[in-house]
Design a protein around this ligand. Sequence first.
Ligand code: FAD
Length: 455
Amino acid sequence: SNEPNSLVSDACVSYATLESINSEIRPAIQYLTNHVDFFTYYRLDLYGRECPFWSDDAGFCANRACAVELTDENDIPESWRSSELGKLEGPKASQPSPEVRKEEPSPFKGELGEDTAESCVFEPAEGDKRDYCVPEDEGNGNNCVYVSLLDNPERFTGYAGQSANNVWKAVYQENCFNTQAQAQAQKQSTNSQPFGAFGAGMPKAPVAADPNAAADLKNVMDRRKHEVVQKNLISPPPEEQCLEKRVFYKVVSGMHASISMHLCYDFFNQTTGEWGPNLQCYKSRLHNFPDRIQNMYFNYAILLRAISKLRKNLPQYTFCAGDKRTNEFTRKKLAALTDSIASHPSVFDESVMFRDENAAVLKEDFRTRFRNVSRLMDCVGCDKCRLWGKLQTSGYGTAMKILFEYDENEEGGNKNPVLRRTELVALVNTLGRLSNSLHAFTRFGAMIERERVIE
Ligand code: FAD
């Protein structure tokens, strides 16, 4: 098991320290995720995208617990509504060309002007090549919906079986990194992207940017479906694998562990009709798997580090254009969190990653693979699970973008990648999920201890 004072492997912090940081900052995280409007509404394409990997009509979950309640746009602060964005002739139409954009102040500085309805939803037309996820509210967002995260808590839904299993398997398959040579070859071939475990030896598979490409991709993926189901590739990478590959595995396994923790902690007891912790669920999925718990702590460490990197840039960020009071309030609350994280020694050192001579190829591969994990969320057959799966992959993607692409000392410059509103919302809520998971882990531990004493 994981000793409290031992270090979380590949991070520079102990379990005990992460727990004490969590006790300290949990109130600030809970305040942000429960009481600050900016962070409680998420905008995403929940229904509009087909699973690009296989067709899975049988996998849909019809339980009531799987359904998501949508939020009426009229209940959303005006400046965040897509109809408001419409006033700018649609965000795409008003998108400055990349050349023009270079001369403008960084959108992260929020200086698009007071008239801009939502400067925080500034969309790069094609996404940024430094993105680790497919942007959630891409384009003019016709398919996007607003969801209140408070009305749709992540908890037990009953979604399970082949469909859920296929998604997890495919997620772990992305961890089969190409050999360097394959990656190089794929990089050089135009119009093709390495496509995860599906990619090796496959016909060119353009990323699904337009409907035809999506159809091509789907055909290719349908042919591979058989293999996805057959091979059980859910095994951790061997220890000798390089740091970057280990980190990739830890991120997905830690996310999986955190999701399991939530569904066990907020479980539906069919006998009593009540929601609450289910110790048996915890025991069978997490208690006997210290590596899963360790990966969850690892994820908490990288999220802390990523959020603290934003600290110096927050003063310039516009959270809610046109509403100074809300803007200042949101900034102050987020700054309280980043300041208290920054008062501790750094818990993760991202500068040791992507350093050797193959770094550029490896990083591109890593990024592409994580984008594929984010696409896989469209294959999740339960709305509420899809919502939280999308939010959390976006949260980790944003964390990695900040860790690997963002210069925390670049205070006023244009070099840092844009952070969309959805990315910030996902980032903070993903930290919130992990914070709850650490808390639930302690509570389950106490329940097990009590059980032992009674015996
Ligand atoms: P699963 O959790 O499906 O795991 C499959 C296999 O993966 C296991 O047998 C094990 O070999 C391996 N494994 C498990 N955990 C880890 C880990 N941490 N690291 C490495 N390997 C691991 N259900 C809900 O009730 N509520 C939700 O909100 C929810 N969200 C989901 C989101 C996504 C993206 C997905 C794909 C599924 C979600 N589910 C949710 C379903 C849930 O995750 C399980 O798939 C389901 O409960 C069935 O569990 P299982 O015991 O078969 O194992």
